[in-house]
Design a protein around this ligand. Structure first.
Ligand code: SF4
Length: 61
């Protein structure tokens, strides 16, 4: 599973970075993905936070 954050949409609310810090981190202005290829143990958490992102800025595939 792959994940990315659209920097044009992210509002830097820090939900994803607080919830799954193993995968997301804050960059200068927006959240960034540390590991585009999500480790299996974090897939469920990434899917969940992608659904909760108020900006719909997290894309999984
Ligand atoms: S949850 Fe969404 S809006 Fe909030 S920091 Fe993460 S990607 Fe950005």
């Amino acid at each position: 599973m792959k994940v990315r954050v659209d920097p044009e949409l992210c509002t830097a609310c820090m939900l994803c970075t607080d919830t799954v810090p193993e995968v997301f981190e804050m960059g200068d202005d927006v959240a960034e993905v540390k590991t585009p290829n999500v480790p299996a143990e974090f897939e469920d958490a990434v899917r969940e936070v992608a659904g909760e992102c108020v900006a719909d800025a997290i894309f999984v595939e």
